[in-house]
Design a binder for this molecule. Structure first.
Ligand SMILES: [Zn+2]
Ligand SMILES: [Zn+2]
Length: 288
C-alpha cells in the first residue's frame, strides 16, 4: 500500500504482440516504466481493479507524460462502476500539455468484457471496501500445423497452409488433404490478477485454471481478523484460492509494510498451502 525503499506501489504490464495492457497504476508507475525500459506510448489498455490511491495514484503522471510524448493511440480504460466519474475528475484537475484519446468502459457484469481473435479479457466482482474487480487475460486456443506431416505430404509454404490453419481442407495435385489430419489444437494460456478483496466467489472464477495468478496477500494468517476488517487477504487465504482454482503458479504482491524486513515469512506461509508460490519484486519479468 505504501511504497517502500525497495518496492513501489502496484502496476503490472502485460505484453502481447502489439498489446500493452497495464493493470493498476500506483504512484510512480511512469518512473518504473523508465527503469524497466518500457514505453508508456505503447500502452493500449488500462485495467483498474479499484479506485484506492495505491492502485491509481500514478494515472495522472503517466497520462501527462503520454500526452507530452504525443501518444497517438486510443487508450482503452476499464474499471468498476465510478471509473468514468473519477477519470473525469483527474482530467479536470490537471491541465495536460496535449490531448489523449480515451474510451472508458465501466464493467457492470461479470465475464468477458473484451475479445479479439487472439485473446479475451474477463472481469469478476470481488469484495472490498469499494467496488473492486479481479481480471483475467485468456489466450484463445490456436490451430497449429504438424510440421513433419507437412513435409511428408510435400505441402508448399504459402496460402494453402493458411487455409489449413483456418480448418479448411485443401487439394494438391488432385489429392484432398483434410485439415484435421495435419493440424492440432494448442490450448491458450491464462493469467489472472486479483487485487484488494477478501476470499470470495469472484476470486475463484477469475483464478480458475490460470497458468499464473498474481494476487494480493496483505497479511499473515495470525492477523486474519484484521484482514477481514480491512477487506484484504492473508497469504494463507490467497494460497488456498490458488489451490482450489487449479492455478499453476502464484505470485504474491500488495504485502503489508509490517513484513518489509522479513518478506519471506509471507512466502513461507503461502507455500505451506500452495508450493509454487513466489514473491513479487519490482521489475520482475515472467514469460509465459
Ligand atoms: Zn484497496
Ligand atoms: Zn490496495
Amino acid at each position: 500500500m505504501k511504497p517502500s525503499e525497495k518496492r513501489n506501489q502496484n502496476a503490472i504490464l502485460l505484453k502481447r504482440d502489439a498489446e500493452n495492457i497495464l493493470i493498476d497504476c500506483g504512484e510512480g508507475t511512469q518512473r518504473q516504466f523508465r527503469i524497466a525500459r518500457q514505453s508508456p506510448c505503447k500502452l493500449t489498455r488500462l485495467l483498474i481493479t479499484h479506485w484506492h490511491g495505491d492502485h491509481v495514484l500514478g494515472i495522472s503522471g503517466l497520462l501527462q507524460t503520454m500526452a507530452q510524448s504525443e501518444y497517438n493511440k486510443t487508450l482503452y480504460i476499464y474499471g468498476p462502476v465510478g471509473t468514468k466519474k473519477y477519470f473525469a475528475e483527474i482530467m479536470n484537475l490537471f491541465h495536460f500539455a496535449g490531448n489523449i484519446k480515451t474510451v472508458i468502459t465501466e464493467i457492470v457484469n461479470d465475464g468477458t468484457f473484451y475479445e479479439n481473435e487472439d485473446f479475451a479479457l474477463e472481469a469478476f466482482k470481488v469484495r472490498h471496501s469499494c467496488p473492486s474487480l479481479a481480471y483475467a487475460f485468456i489466450e484463445k486456443e490456436k490451430t497449429r500445423i504438424n510440421k513433419e506431416k507437412l513435409k511428408k505430404l510435400k505441402i508448399p509454404s504459402g496460402p494453402l497452409i493458411g487455409e489449413l490453419q483456418k480448418g479448411k481442407d485443401i487439394t494438391i495435385d488432385g489429392k484432398k488433404i483434410k485439415a484435421k489430419d495435419i493440424t492440432y489444437k494448442k490450448e491458450g494460456k491464462k493469467i489472472a490478477f486479483m487485487m484488494d478483496t477478501v476470499p470470495c466467489e469472484g476470486c475463484l472464477k477469475a483464478a480458475k485454471d490460470a497458468n499464473l495468478l498474481i494476487a494480493e496477500a496483505t497479511f499473515l494468517d495470525d492477523l486474519k481478523e484484521k484482514a477481514q476488517e480491512t477487506l484484504h487477504m492473508t497469504a494463507k487465504q490467497t494460497a488456498e484460492i490458488a489451490k482450489k482454482s487449479n492455478v499453476n503458479k502464484l505470485i504474491l504482491t500488495h504485502i503489508s509494510e509490517r513484513y518489509e524486513r522479513n518478506l519471506n515469512i509471507v512466502l513461507k506461509e503461502a507455500k505451506k498451502t500452495f508450493k509454487n508460490s513466489e514473491l513479487a519484486k519490482d521489475f520482475m519479468r515472467i514469460k509465459i
